[in-house]
Design a binder for this molecule. Structure first.
Ligand SMILES: *[C@@H]1O[C@H](CO)[C@@H](O)[C@H](O)[C@H]1NC(C)=O
Length: 481
């Protein structure tokens, strides 16, 4: 490029910037800086030998009145038992994104089923019906973040997937007719003094979407969209939250057939909005988590009933009458470079018959926006990031950059705009992520053809997300891991 063109561009850019910044608020900056080298170093460390056990994090301040309960939570890659088997970071990213597609498929399927089904219909099943083959080589039920929780008496600790997108908590149980490999010994109900099988007439059994009755014992079944499922006894157990307390009589699934679920975790903690979720059962007024970077070896906490940080940006939690499991949030827009991207807020609202809307999910990695919205956001970002060297797409990402020769990178700001006027500013690491170990980064949003949009965990990393269930408010506090 000829020097005078460059200076002309620069001059017009400066004028353009001045016009924009003069009309933008202080917290709506157009650009910010990202340390590309640091993110890349962290990505490369995933393949270094496991570190000493992750640092313990002190629980947040206790809310007056209700006892605060706390668990440590770890990213998948920090656990020795679930360390990546991929050959390199490219392969690791591809497997994560494939799992993520499978996860999103399952969430969308459940959403569309709930729209088409009448609300009161629960179904009976015979356990033999569920010997369906795993149709996908990609394992679901996995998730990227595990909490350490105690089950039984005496209490035994298990790594469980943290899942805000489902309600039923379950773990693999002896005797196993089908169990996958897990890090901890498989839970043995006969060695626990607090294990009680639930009778078929119990309210917990009646609350199951899919249940069966065998010799007056309640059987549960949870299946995911790709043919994977867990089936077993629905029972109550004592659940222990580290040193912070324990709660008796929590209904959990004792899974004797667990097919197609990803190895590593002993089971899953359901933190959805339904009556059978862990938070509902322990009558938690709130819960919060902070997700550390997926490539980090540190840990954070999942807390129940702890005080919300004073600096939290608040947004409404919404109710979708057709599906109470998902946590819907009132996302109304996306700002790129301090400016709202132009699309109708109706595209993100819960529409007629419960269609559409935006959920926040701990188990989805990459934020999915319905395609009209995604295309506008992507175009706005790419338009402002024209100075960055473009690279070819990668898996579900269509907007990528080669930052291998750059250390400090100037990137457009991105923030999520919520009803009520508040916006949550994302950090560059929440929207520009390394996909290989050579310096290729992609814009970490994707489109989806369904009506539902999903705020994923890449966008939540480093932020304490507080679900105030009693007041139907969600809070975001940056840098509170
Ligand atoms: C990463 O690993 C995959 C699978 O083993 C291999 O095909 C690919 O060539 C590797 N890529 C690099 C950049 O080493």
């Amino acid at each position: 490029m000829a020097p005078h063109f460059l200076s002309l561009n620069l001059a017009s850019f400066i004028i353009f910037s001045l016009i924009l910044t003069s009309s933008a608020a202080d917290d709506d900056l157009q650009f910010e800086f990202m340390d590309a080298a640091a993110a890349l170093n962290q990505a490369r460390q995933v393949f270094s030998p496991p570190n000493t056990p992750a640092t313990t994090v002190l629980p947040q301040q206790q809310l007056d009145g209700s006892p605060s309960l706390s668990l440590t939570i770890h990213p998948r890659s920090s656990l020795p038992s679930a360390r990546p088997t991929a050959a390199n970071y490219t392969a690791l990213t591809l497997s994560r994104l494939a799992r993520d597609q499978s996860r999103v498929h399952s969430l969308l399927l459940r959403h569309s089923l709930s729209l088409s089904r009448s609300r009161s219909s629960a179904s009976e099943f015979s356990p033999q019906q569920f010997q369906s083959p795993v149709t996908s080589g990609i394992r679901l039920g996995s998730g990227e973040y595990f909490a350490r929780i105690g089950v039984g008496r005496p209490s035994k600790d298990f790594y469980m997937v943290v899942d805000t997108g489902s309600d039923i908590s379950w773990l693999q149980c002896q005797p196993c007719s089908t169990c996958y490999d897990q890090a901890d010994p498989i839970f043995n109900p006969s060695a626990s003094a607090s294990y009680r099988s639930l009778p078929c007439a119990s309210p917990q059994c009646s609350a199951l979407e899919v249940s069966a009755c065998r010799t007056d014992s309640c059987l549960y079944q949870v299946s995911y969209g790709d043919g994977s499922y867990t089936v077993g006894n629905f029972a109550t157990e004592t659940v222990t939250f580290g040193a912070t307390g324990s709660v008796p009589n929590v209904a959990i699934g004792c899974g004797h057939h667990n097919e197609g679920l990803f190895a590593g975790a002993a089971g899953l903690l359901g933190l959805g909005g339904g009556t059978l979720s862990l938070n509902s059962q322990i009558k938690a007024a709130s819960f919060s988590y902070c997700l550390v970077n997926r490539d980090s070896s540190s840990s954070s906490t999942l807390e129940f009933n702890s005080a919300r940080a004073a600096d939290a940006v608040l947004a409404p939690l919404l109710t979708n009458p057709r599906i109470n499991t998902y946590h819907f949030v009132a996302l109304t827009g996306i700002n790129v470079g301090g400016r709202p991207v132009n699309f109708s807020p109706d595209l993100l609202a819960i529409g007629g018959g419960g269609r559409g809307g935006v959920i926040i999910d701990s188990g989805t990695a990459v934020t999915r926006l319905r395609s009209e919205v995604y295309n506008s956001v992507r175009d706005a970002f790419a338009g402002m990031a024209r100075d960055l060297p473009a690279a070819s797409g990668f898996s579900l990402f269509d907007t990528c950059y080669d930052l291998s020769r750059m250390t400090t990178v100037r990137v457009p700001t991105v923030s999520l705009q919520f009803a009520g006027g508040k916006a949550v500013a994302l950090r560059p690491s929440n929207f520009l992520i390394p996909v290989d170990d050579g310096g290729k980064y992609c814009f970490a949003f994707a489109g989806t053809s369904g009506s539902l949009s999903i705020i994923g965990n890449v966008q939540q990393q480093g932020t304490r997300v507080s679900y105030d269930l009693a007041n139907k408010v969600i809070g975001f506090s940056p840098n509170k891991c």
